[in-house]
Design a protein around this ligand. Structure first.
Ligand code: HEM
Length: 127
């Protein structure tokens, strides 16, 4: 199977697993267990890496356009917000404003929608 297909399948599977482990964390409630939090964090990081791999593969094939780069930047900003808000949420000693949890619940949809749009646009440009 070509590298791009593998990276895209991995990205899809890891995105689903990120949602499943994140929703499980929320349902289990605070204080968040160290084990489940670590599993969610590692899967989330692996998800970002697989998306970056697919992006790099398509960019090397000369498929990047201005619009694709703009969409990718939005996805990157959303992922950074997720990593920052996720790190804050796992600090029980902090009294966080509700916006932090709201950011962490909303940004995944922006991050993955923008990633899918970026990769879809690049794949269409490449073919
Ligand atoms: C690519 C980065 C990430 C994505 C896409 C992501 C996604 C998600 C999703 C979809 C949820 C469930 C939200 C819901 O129930 O509506 C969640 C919850 C959670 N995530 Fe992440 N996450 C990411 C990174 C992280 C990191 C780095 C940490 C910790 C260091 C973290 C800690 C948490 C915690 C503590 C919850 C439960 C929040 C709550 O109860 O409201 N996440 N995450």
């Amino acid at each position: 199977m070509p590298t791009l297909s593998k990276a895209l399948i991995a990205a899809g599977v890891l995105a689903v697993l990120t949602f499943v482990t994140g929703i499980a964390l929320r349902r289990a409630g605070t204080p968040f267990g160290v084990g489940p939090t670590t599993v969610h964090k590692l899967i989330a990081v692996a998800s970002v890496m697989s998306l970056a791999l697919a992006f790099r593969h398509l960019a090397r094939a000369g498929a990047s356009t201005g619009l694709a780069v703009a969409l990718a930047m939005t996805a990157v900003a959303a992922f950074l917000a997720l990593i920052a808000s996720g790190a804050l949420l796992t600090r029980p000693e902090l009294e966080l404003p509700g916006i932090v949890a709201r950011v962490h619940r909303t940004a995944p949809y922006i991050a993955y929608a923008m990633s899918a749009a970026t990769l879809g646009l690049m794949a269409a440009t490449a073919s």
